[in-house]
Design a protein around this ligand. Structure first.
Ligand SMILES: [Zn+2]
Length: 506
């Protein structure tokens, strides 16, 4: 299956060009096509002569020559493609009219390449790239309890990583790995050649094998992040066809989650349904090393198209929204729990008091967490009180909408710089878990009060707020519009990727 990728950095295009022949990656501008290693173009496929590409004016502009491929030779298992180079620079081409004999889509069709994607930006071109491109990079998303050694072990690199794990300064640097960060390892002939700890999108610790052994250093902006686009028509299943089109398992999983309310990938899929995905690709030294989040996606079944666009709300939380509908959605104005990953150690209501032993109404919920764990404001509000208060120890009380106040007790410390009367946002850190006041261990005592009277925080009916602020809705709408345009282009290309029974000449 073919997949198309955008190549966004003009500088890199030039660089790629120099190394292109080794990588069998013929880059010019906008797109890479991956061809499965067992793909054999039909001899008749060479029918499309470059001269049929006219200078018609369409929507998509190729700023460089267009290269098309036909199979000529093989090198090992990797087919090598020669190129038909269209002579014209600044040629204007389009995929808007797939029936047009002049369009590259038609040429791809004539070549009998199962075309599946389209690009919607200027700088269009076609690269041919064999599947082997990801080479020997292995990647692990760091879990809560991962250490460097355990993460490498999960990658089955215990043996290859042994010399690296004996390096004290590298071990020291990578002592604590951030949850959800990425660890990437490149092996060459069974030796660990490079290790990248991608702490986030911009910061990475890079270990390389040199003549002096392993050397590691922190670097900024090592990754080139590209938006990739991919489209396909379902012939068997989303999983199988998605994988063939070049989607990673993680992206296929995400796709299922994004559309879980619309279609079941297990039993709701029809042959001929169309899928379009825009996602982030991370490149390091010209190689795709991992794919990240889906930025936008659509699923078309019959005459219905479902679309979702990823958008980050204030506070950093991202979600997938319908481009036209979801800006009006409401959500609860409060989080139920003020600490992430905490265990509820005591519920709301009557209980035996842990310190004094008598029966007493517990006016809140207790969440046990390690000393120093950040405590978050559960909603937007302002600081009504912060200080010491009897049994509550160090306590922060917040005032919110609709007569609601929340209280956070037994803190070890307050967030620095906070003061009474100041406003806080939902999710802001206001203090840290401790055991001050009347308490038997590290926990936060959380109260949810309406007009001063404590309610059960787990069941209280929460006030609602717009899912997006007016400002967010505004920026979402314009962003979503550009995504929707690109998805529409992908849909057109997916329709070129016909199920076998309807493939022309197939
Ligand atoms: Zn309590």
């Amino acid at each position: 299956m073919l997949s198309f990728k955008r190549r966004s950095h003009p500088e890199n295009r030039k660089k790629d060009w120099n190394t292109a022949m080794q990588r069998y990656n013929f880059p010019v501008g906008g797109i890479e096509i991956r061809i499965p290693s067992d793909y054999k173009p039909k001899p008749a496929a060479v029918a499309a002569p470059s001269s049929t590409l006219s200078k018609k004016s369409f929507r998509y502009i190729a700023t460089r020559s267009l290269f098309l491929a036909c199979g000529l030779a093989t090198l090992g298992n990797i087919p090598v493609y020669s190129m038909i180079n269209t002579p014209a620079e600044n040629q204007t081409i389009t995929l808007e009219q797939p029936a047009d004999a002049d369009s590259p889509a038609q040429v791809l069709k004539d070549l009998n390449l199962p075309a599946v994607a389209v690009e919607s930006f200027s700088g269009f071109s076609v690269d041919i790239l064999p599947d082997a491109e990801q080479g020997n990079w292995a990647m692990r998303t760091i879990a809560d309890d991962d250490t460097l050694a355990s993460a490498l072990s999960k990658l089955k690199l215990d043996k290859a990583a042994k010399p690296l794990l004996e390096n004290a300064s590298i071990k020291q640097e990578l002592q604590a790995l951030k949850t959800d960060s990425h660890l990437l390892a490149q092996t060459v002939d069974g030796h660990l050649q490079q290790l990248i700890y991608a702490k986030d999108k911009t910061h990475a610790y890079i270990v390389s094998l040199t003549d002096d052994g392993y050397v590691g250093k922190w670097e900024d902006n090592v990754f080139e992040i590209r938006d990739s686009r991919l489209a396909f028509t379902v012939k068997y299943s989303v999983q199988r066809d998605g994988k063939e089109a070049g989607l990673s398992n993680s992206l296929i999983r995400q796709l299922g989650q994004v559309f879980q309310k619309d279609v079941s990938f297990k039993n709701g899929v029809k042959i001929g349904d169309k899928v379009g995905v825009i996602f982030e690709d991370f490149h390091y030294q010209g190689e795709t090393i991992y794919t990240d989040k889906i930025l936008a996606a659509e699923y078309t079944t019959g005459s219905t198209t479902f679309q979702r666009v990823r958008f980050s709300l204030s506070g950093g939380k991202a979600d997938y929204f319908q481009p036209n509908a979801d800006t009006e959605l409401k959500r609860a104005a409060f989080d139920r729990v003020p600490v992430t990953g905490a265990r509820m150690s005591s519920g709301f209501g009557i209980r035996i008091h842990p310190v004094f032993g008598f029966r007493k109404a517990h006016t809140g919920q207790d969440f046990a967490a390690p000393h120093g764990t950040p405590i978050h404001a559960t909603a937007d509000g302002s600081i009504k009180f912060m200080g010491r208060q009897n049994g509550y120890g160090n306590v922060v009380e917040l005032r919110h909408v609709s007569g609601v106040t929340t209280l956070y007790g037994h803190m070890s410390a307050f967030k620095q710089g906070l003061a009474s009367g100041e406003s806080v946002h939902r999710g802001d850190v206001i203090g840290y878990v401790g055991s001050t006041g009347t308490s038997t261990g590290n926990h936060v005592h959380y109260e949810y009060r309406i007009n001063g009277s404590p309610q059960n925080p787990a069941t209280a009916q929460l006030p609602e707020t717009g899912i997006m602020t007016a400002e967010e809705a505004h920026s979402f709408k314009s962003y979503a519009m550009s995504m929707v345009e690109q998805l529409a282009d992908l849909r057109k290309l997916a329709s070129l990727d016909k199920p076998p029974t309807t493939q022309p000449g197939g």
